[in-house]
Design a protein around this ligand. Structure first.
Ligand SMILES: NC(=O)c1ccc[n+]([C@@H]2O[C@H](COP(=O)([O-])OP(=O)(O)OC[C@H]3O[C@@H](n4cnc5c(N)ncnc54)[C@H](OP(=O)(O)O)[C@@H]3O)[C@@H](O)[C@H]2O)c1
Length: 309
């Protein structure tokens, strides 16, 4: 099969589009012919070596964590899927490898792709959906009538989160630059704060929940907008050595589950009309290096998806 492999950490030049061994299904696994693989910020972070101490990879390595495709082979002990089934999934903790024409993955991590979503749309929704659902539904338990601030509402995770928060009946504030205002309002935000011109700490009322997808200084400043008893859920790093300045709020950096249950929750939200796919920039698999450099700008609206076949 063709895949995008790397033999060392480094810049975009380490990504090589070339032949790689075909995967084989072990017990409990399926081999999926990948049709679309999404690009996430973590991909260039792993490539650059930013995770090499906490989560080293072995070379040659194939990046990529979420995808959609068609089951080619079901290994021993797999009852849930048969060859020909259309599925989407997020790889297991510690596994990557979706920048490729095929992957072997535990069947328990995959879910049936709904007919109403293209492969690109399903791939785009998988990891961002799991992340937003674990953060806002499982951890923050965001409820109707609550006020939430979602940072980076035009991004992958933030855009999903805006739609979810609107669906549960929360009052939704989101940050985005002016060019993305219409997009984020269209996802369901009640108010969009242009972070390039406005200080969000002055622009939002006291919040029950802040969803911090940016970390750093945004993380530090987010504490001041929380109500007593509020919840701050973050998926990007706080400043080094940072100690939360308040004891009357809850701060959680969740471990994002990868399982069929959460993927089926994405499907349910889509099928009941609560969720639509993000805006997608399509690029070919062979252009993975360019796709990652675009992701690295930090200003992609929606998602980048690699079309594999
Ligand atoms: N398991 C996990 O913990 C987990 C899972 C998924 C993602 N993550 C992390 O979460 C972060 C977000 O991921 P993502 O996929 O949503 O990223 P993304 O799609 O690449 O986010 C891009 C968006 O961020 C917005 N943005 C950039 N700077 C901003 C600022 N200062 N204020 C408000 N918006 C800003 C941009 O909007 P403008 O162009 O309008 O600025 C752009 O639309 C990444 O660091 C990622 O690694 C963690």
């Amino acid at each position: 099969m063709k895949a995008v492999q790397m033999d060392s950490y480094g810049g975009p030049e380490v990504l090589q589009y070339r032949d790689a061994p075909d995967p084989v299904a072990g017990p409990g696994e399926i081999v999926v012919d990948i049709h679309a693989a999404s690009v996430n910020p973590v991909d260039w972070k792993v490539r650059d070596g930013l995770r090499k101490d906490s989560a080293p990879v072995s070379f040659p390595h194939i990046l990529g964590r979420d995808f959609s495709g068609v089951v080619r082979e079901a290994g021993p002990d797999v009852d849930a899927f048969s060859p020909g089934d259309k599925v989407f999934a997020v790889t297991d903790q510690g596994q990557e490898g979706t920048y490729a024409e095929a992957i072997a993955i535990k069947a328990a991590l995959a879910a049936k792709k709904p007919a109403g979503l293209s492969h690109a749309e399903a791939a785009a929704l998988a990891l961002i959906g799991l992340t937003a659902l674990v953060s806002l539904e499982d951890v923050a338990k965001l409820a109707s009538g609550e006020t939430v601030l979602i940072h980076a509402g035009a991004g992958g995770v933030g855009g999903f989160a805006v739609q979810y928060a609107k669906h549960v009946g929360a009052r939704v504030f989101a940050t985005a630059s002016a060019r993305n205002r219409g997009y984020v309002l269209g996802l369901g935000a009640d108010e969009v704060i242009d972070y390039t011109r406005q200080d969000f700490t002055q622009a939002v009322p006291p919040c029950d929940v802040v969803f911090d997808t940016l970390g750093g200084e945004v993380h530090r400043r987010s504490f001041s907008v929380l109500r007593p008893g509020g919840r701050l859920v973050h998926i990007a790093a706080a400043p080094a050595g940072f100690v939360p300045p308040r004891g009357d709020v809850t701060v959680v950096r969740p471990n994002v589950a990868r399982d069929r249950l959460h993927l089926e929750r994405i499907v349910e939200l889509f099928e009941t009309g609560a969720l639509r796919p993000p805006e997608i920039e399509h690029m070919p698999l062979a252009a993975a290096a360019a796709a990652q450099e675009l992701s690295k700008t930090g200003h992609v609206r929606g998602k980048i998806v690699l079309d594999v076949r």
